[in-house]
Design a protein around this ligand. Structure first.
Ligand SMILES: [Zn+2]
Length: 81
């Protein structure tokens, strides 16, 4: 069985992909924004790193690669929202 990717691992990838050096940088940049970066967390495709701007509390945004509602906001992954 393939090892699943944890929320924390997805969040680390997203922080790096958006050019932030740390999670605290990422959170302070987006904590008051209407949309924030999200990353695909499709359990069936753990290597999909599709990102999109989504609502801060989004946990079912549309992934263009997987064609499924599996994009979760970075703030959601960080348990902020
Ligand atoms: Zn995907």
């Amino acid at each position: 069985m393939e090892k699943s990717v944890t929320d924390a691992e997805k969040l680390v990838e997203l922080v790096a992909a958006t050019g932030h050096h740390s999670l605290s940088d990422f959170i302070s940049d987006y904590i008051n924004e209407p949309t924030v970066p999200g990353v695909c967390c499709n359990p069936a495709r753990p290597n999909c790193n599709y990102t999109a701007m989504v609502a801060p509390d989004m946990d079912a945004g549309f992934c263009q690669k997987c064609r499924s509602a599996t994009v979760r906001s970075g703030l959601r992954l960080a348990h902020i929202t």
